[in-house]
Ligand binder design. Structure first.
Ligand SMILES: Nc1ncnc2c1ncn2[C@@H]1O[C@H](COP(=O)(O)OP(=O)(O)OP(=O)(O)O)[C@@H](O)[C@H]1O
Ligand SMILES: [Cu+]
Ligand SMILES: [Mg+2]
Length: 822
């Protein structure tokens, strides 16, 4: 039996989804079929010996929809990339294969995410395509192992770079002193022994070239494959300098032309290679820091669990635990996996997962989350999610996906860096030639220009600008229970004009309680409550739950029911002990033609206090009204004020009646109420707002919010919500504190600002550096950029971009202006 998900085209409503589901479920060999309308995907459990893709596609086509070839997603680790144009090359090499939907390379993590059509292309083709383009790709194994490997590799790489830097520096420093000494007035007899002078420099340069050999091997390889990159520029620049110096040395040695002693460039070669190695070392160090957030999330996961089987307790590794196994947790221990408590109680610190600092009390029946910390109690729980599907694993996966995604703003940078290197090579050559022929300068001068341009123009800072900021920003969010799922979400968040908030569970606690019971007949309060509770026993709705809870609190026994039916947006109908009952709002009463006129004033009274009145009726008359109240969350008012500070209009969206909604709206200060909305219509309300050219965000917690979350420009699921809501959302808030909404927006804004700064710096270096290197200032009597300075500047550009991105780590999630209006 295998599990697969296929995209389906052409579905417009829930009934299309039903049709597809049923058609597929009828096929022999299909165990389970379910369609998610929000994601337009069909999930299947089937026996692959009995069913193939074609059969499935035909079946779906027969009922009028199209099943698409499923997309597989595979991550690869890429080695040998040095700058944005390498990333471009790899992407392009993979993208041109048949059946590739998307290939995106993240230079900072050295990862590539490929989405491809099953059957059209396989991982082997992809590996070959990457090798063909001059780099090495490796299929990423299971995510956590890959991360560990990558961490180790990164450290090795860093150590290696440091060794190479030290090695180069030991020779480059004396080289610099020897070469520059005569100019600085040091007693170096360069003119007395020119041949020896040149020979010593050559001997000191060779080891530096040896330590920097990878620049040449990588750089020329990429150049000959037709995709020059940053290493190619360094290789070309330093080779030009080296070869010219060798030429000058030979003229000295063989021809005795001693004026060539002034035309040695060995020290440029040595210093450029040394400085760029140092730059790469810093780069690799800072890159390591950008993924610290994920590393610390990973470190949260415990390794072992106390498994109880056949009355015996053993410590086992997590991969040996199965669903429904019973695990014991002792005080002060980390909870190893997700599950439900079956015995005992405790309070649990979930701050590492949700950011919620208050310990949460847990009793039998409550869900515990793996990696959270058990405080004083001891309890047993039943595993309901294996560690690879655990909440923590999902969070890590989400953050990784986000970190691998590109913000739309990055596309410009990608485009530029793709054509950058070849353009620079042409510019370098042209400016050298121009100085030589038009400027009547010496060959040495022209060569200096060419080398400087080649060396300063590396676009590596450009390639790092976006991914580093996204990694730090999303990591920072994750540490605080704010999961931003993509670069698009980041970018859209700071443009939001309208924020639509679901009422129940978002603005309010979502834990309604019975407050009033009004009677319409001679029955007692308990009798009405008892009937209503029996009726609601099968309901999943929080309003129904409130009534059941109340009856249970009063120890009222509940009668047998049959023929339960939920009427969406209105209430329920059900037979209690054979008697037909209706429970719900005014719409339901009107639909059943039950006269409630005499009680409407009272119902309105309750509603204007923010309570939700529910009518209880039988076949022909009203029995009473049960009012239920749901408290606004403590922070809702302040959060809405903070949204107002960000110039965002706040709208409350609810299926509840206008009066109740308005009363709550007044308490928390929302600008507009849209009430009496049927669950299916929530998405179209969002669409309406969008059609007025507004950028709309939606915050919701329930399954019925999923389509609206997907429709909104930015969908925000709150309170770790349901999986469906999490899937359709762009941002997931682990806590159910509305205050995290403005916090998420501010973090997004800060990240986007950081990206813009980075792009500015990266562009500025090149835009300012290249003309100076080309000798533009020199034309007007200004300074020239020496090749060595160019090397230093270019290394500094990527390091400064990285340092700027790391500044985001200091971002305060609870910025003070968020609390300004409290
Ligand atoms: N099980 C039920 N028992 C009684 N009344 C119900 C039930 N389900 C729905 N209703 C009535 O229908 C109305 C609309 O329900 P719906 O689920 O669409 O929205 P809601 O939960 O009240 O609000 P929100 O949209 O903010 O979640 C409720 O306010 C209630 O009056
Ligand atoms: Cu570079
Ligand atoms: Mg609801």
């Amino acid at each position: 039996m295998i599990h697969k998900t296929y995209p389906v085209n052409g579905m417009v409503c829930a009934s299309c989804a039903q049709t597809v589901e049923q058609a597929v479920a009828k096929l022999p060999g299909v165990e389970k079929a379910s369609v998610n309308l929000a994601t337009e995907k069909l999930s299947l459990d089937y026996d692959k010996d009995q069913v193939d893709f074609q059969t499935l596609a035909d079946t779906v086509a027969k009922v009028g929809y199209q099943l698409e070839v499923p997309l597989l997603s595979q991550d690869f680790t890429i080695e040998g990339m040095s700058c944005a144009s390498c990333a471009q090359t790899v992407e392009a090499a993979v993208a041109k294969l048949k059946g590739i939907e998307q290939a995106s390379v993240n230079l900072a993590t050295e990862q590539m995410q490929v989405m491809y059509q099953e059957g059209q292309v396989n991982t082997k083709d992809i590996l070959e395509a990457v090798a063909e383009s001059g780099y090495q790709a490796f299929v990423r194994k299971d995510a956590s192992q890959a991360r560990i490997d990558q961490g180790q590799k990164q450290e090795q790489h860093m150590d290696d770079l440091w060794r190479r830097f030290m090695g180069s520096a030991i020779f480059a420093l004396p080289l610099l002193i020897v070469a520059m000494g005569p100019m600085l007035g040091l007693p170096i007899p360069s003119h007395d022994y020119p041949k020896l002078f040149a020979g010593i420099q050559l001997m000191l340069t060779l080891p530096v070239i040896y330590f920097g050999r990878s620049f040449f091997s990588q750089g020329f390889k990429a150049l000959f494959k037709g995709h020059p990159n940053m290493d190619s520029l360094v290789a070309l620049g330093s080779s030009a300098a080296f070869i010219y110096s060798i030429y000058a040395t030979l003229r000295l040695w063989l021809g005795g032309e001693s004026h060539f002693v002034m035309q040695l460039y060995y020290e440029s070669v040595g210093v450029i290679l040394t400085l760029i190695t140092l730059g790469k070392y810093f780069e690799s160090r800072s890159k390591g820091k950008t993924s610290e957030a994920i590393k610390s999330l990973m470190a949260l996961a415990p390794q072992q669990a106390r498994l109880i089987k056949d009355k015996e307790m053993t410590m086992v590794d997590l991969d040996q635990v199965q669903l429904d196994d019973i695990i014991l947790v002792k005080p002060g221990e980390k909870i190893p996996m997700d599950g439900q408590i079956i015995e005992g109680s405790s309070s649990v610190d979930e701050s590492m997962i949700s950011g919620e600092s208050m310990p949460v009390s847990k009793k039998v029946g409550d869900q515990v989350i793996g990696a959270s910390l058990n405080k004083q109690g001891s309890f047993k729980f039943k595993v309901n999610r294996l560690s690879q599907d655990s909440t923590l694993a999902q969070i890590i996966h989400m953050v990784e996906e986000a970190q691998g995604s590109k913000a739309p703003i990055a596309r410009l940078a990608d485009k530029v860096s793709g054509v950058f290197v070849p353009i620079v090579m042409v510019l370098a050559l042209l400016s050298g030639l121009a100085w030589y022929f038009l400027g009547q300068e010496s060959l040495t001068f022209a060569l200096t220009i060419t080398i400087s341009v080649l060396v300063i123009a590396c676009p590596c800072a450009l390639g790092l600008a976006t991914p580093t900021a996204i990694m730090v920003g999303t990591g920072k969010g994750a540490e605080n229970g704010i999961l931003i799922k993509s670069g698009d979400a980041l970018e859209n968040s700071h443009k939001i004009q309208v924020m639509v908030l679901d009422k129940t569970g978002t603005i309010t606690e979502g834990k309604p309680k019975v407050t009033d019971i009004l009677l319409a007949t001679g029955q007692s309060e308990d009798q009405v409550l008892q009937l209503a509770a029996a009726a609601e026993a099968a309901s999943e709705h929080p309003l129904g739950q409130a009534i059941v809870d109340q009856a249970q609190a009063q120890n009222l026994p509940l009668a047998e029911t049959s023929d339960f039916k939920a009427i969406s947006g209105q209430g329920i109908q059900v037979k209690v002990a054979g008697r037909q009952l209706y429970l719900g709002n005014l719409k339901l009463m009107q639909a059943q033609a039950i006269d409630v006129k005499t009680y409407q004033a009272k119902a309105n009274m309750l509603a204007s206090q923010g309570k939700t009145p529910m009518y209880v009726a039988d076949q022909d008359k009203l029995l009473g009204i049960i009012a239920v109240a749901d408290q606004a969350k403590a922070s809702s008012k302040a959060a809405i004020a903070a949204l107002h500070d960000l110039d965002i209009k706040v709208i409350m969206l609810t299926g509840d009646n206008e009066k109740t909604a308005q009363a709550i709206a007044n308490q928390v200060g929302v600008d507009q109420v849209i009430a009496d909305v049927m669950p299916d219509d929530k998405a179209s309300v969002i669409k309406d707002l969008q059609s007025k050219d507004k950028i709309v965000a939606m915050v919701g917690d329930g399954i019925n919010d999923a389509p609206a979350l997907a429709q909104a420009d930015v969908g925000i699921a709150i309170g770790s919500g349901t999986d469906v809501a999490m899937d359709s959302a762009d941002i997931v808030l682990m806590r159910s504190d509305l205050m995290d909404v403005p916090a998420a927006l501010e973090l997004s804004a800060a990240t986007i600002r950081n990206i813009k700064e980075n792009l500015f710096w990266a562009f500025a270096y090149n835009v300012l550096g290249i003309p100076v290197a080309m000798g533009l200032l020199h034309l007007f009597g200004g300074p020239l950029l020496s090749p060595m300075l160019a090397g230093a500047a270019m290394s500094f550009s990527s390091v400064s971009v990285l340092l700027n991105a790391l500044r985001l780590r200091n971002f305060k999630i609870k910025a003070k202006n968020v609390y300004k209006n409290v």
